[in-house]
Ligand binder design. Structure first.
Ligand SMILES: O=C(O)CCC(=O)C(=O)O
Ligand SMILES: [Fe+2]
Length: 376
């Protein structure tokens, strides 16, 4: 979930600092009410637990791929992709950069702390997610990057002490006449990852549009210029994981999210009222449909409700890349998808208004998109 950093005029304690100090009990602000706590793991042999679909994109264009994507979007709002064309080395480099950041001394990390005065626009190292002081806190720290449009990229806000995280090499090559000056730059991990995730998100949005029988670029155009954020989440080992959540139940607010995680596990997706674990897939990328795609598709496709649980033994890392509309964009349901059988489900909304109300009310499942429901 994109951090609001919003809130806290006073910096909250870093979860990692609490964990490193070895607090024996979960501090009260992190204790979830009983009905929201994670359930004890079910014995997989006693119930049949549905398995999140995996779609192989290397066969994109083949009818089977479109059918599999359509089914996953309608039934889950989430699916894994493999054969996506993003090299494994880049996924590992992004995970490695995140791990190196969170493994660094606290004073280094705090040099990149997000500035609470900048509210929801803040990027950097943070912990608290919501403005509301009486809300239960997530057992999570994060690092948020603003990555698109390119004008929002400010590598000076990104860690400079992690090798490969950001490298800006300027090579001045002077020609014989000393009149030619070439400035070359090496792509750093975050920039290369940002570009690859944008391309993959657009490829997926085209496939998804195709399955809805609207022109391939329909959703992309309905979303407008892409605003992309990349958030690395770090979930420290938790002294009482059965009482806490790493990240509370929510659906993402933009158009589509692409997520990679390490091998620890902890992400869950809500399906038919049941929390289903999403197993880590080292080569895979998890696709999560977000609220604006549900609105555009007139509810044919669902944004996925998901959350992260934590454990007592191992820290967990994930990297979420959000593909969002500009705040000024008006999001409307595709008229082609409205008919007698499927009357318009959601009111049109200015994306910036959606974001503001998301942050002021908090996520809690689908409460924000539900607020746009048109009474039938
Ligand atoms: O850490 C995860 O697996 C989930 C992250 C997430 O849902 C988010 O950042 O919106
Ligand atoms: Fe999320």
């Amino acid at each position: 979930m994109e951090p609001a950093a919003a809130a806290a005029a006073v910096a909250p304690p870093r979860v990692q600092a609490l964990a490193d100090a070895g607090v024996p009990l979960l501090p009260p602000q992190y204790v979830q009410p009983p009905d929201l706590r994670p359930l004890p793991p079910t014995d997989p042999s006693s119930v049949s637990v549905p398995v999140l679909p995996v779609v192989d994109l290397s066969a994109a264009g083949a009818a089977g791929v479109g059918d599999a994507v359509a089914r996953a979007c309608a039934e889950w709002g989430a699916f894994h992709v493999v054969g996506h064309g993003v090299r494994r080395g880049l996924l590992d480099a992004m995970r490695g950069a995140g791990r190196a950041f969170f493994g660094s001394p606290m004073e280094e990390k705090l040099r990149f702390a997000c500035d609470p005065a900048r509210g929801a626009a803040a990027e950097g190292y943070g912990s608290r997610m919501l403005a509301n002081d009486d809300s239960v806190l997530d057992w999570r720290d994060y690092f948020d990057h603003h990555t698109l449009p390119e004008s929002r990229r400010n590598p000076n806000h990104w860690p400079d002490f992690v090798p490969g995280y950001r490298v800006i090499l300027r090579a001045y090559v002077k020609g014989l006449m000393e009149c030619c000056c070439i400035i070359a730059s090496i792509l750093d991990t975050v920039v290369e990852y940002s570009n690859s995730m944008k391309d993959l998100a657009q490829k997926l949005l085209r496939i998804i549009s195709g399955t809805l029988n609207v022109p391939p670029t329909y959703i992309e155009e309905a979303v407008g210029e892409v605003y992309q954020n990349i958030t690395v989440s770090y979930y420290s080992p938790c002294p009482q994981p059965d009482l806490a959540l790493g990240l509370q139940s929510h659906s993402d607010m933009g158009a589509i999210t692409l997520l990679i995680q390490d091998d620890v596990g902890g992400l869950e997706v809500l399906k038919d009222g049941m929390w289903i674990p999403v197993p880590p897939l080292p080569d895979g990328i998890l696709v999560i449909l977000a609220d604006q795609t549900e609105i555009i598709s007139n509810g044919r496709y669902k944004s996925a409700v998901h959350r992260a649980i934590v454990n007592a033994d191992r820290a967990r890392l994930s990297v979420a890349t959000f593909y969002d509309p500009p705040r000024s964009q008006k999001i409307c349901t595709a008229p082609q998808l409205v008919c007698k059988e499927y009357p318009q489900k959601y009111r049109d909304v200015i994306y910036g208004d959606y974001v503001s109300s998301w942050y002021s009310k908090g996520p809690e499942g689908k409460r924000n998109i539900d607020a746009l429901l048109i009474e039938q």
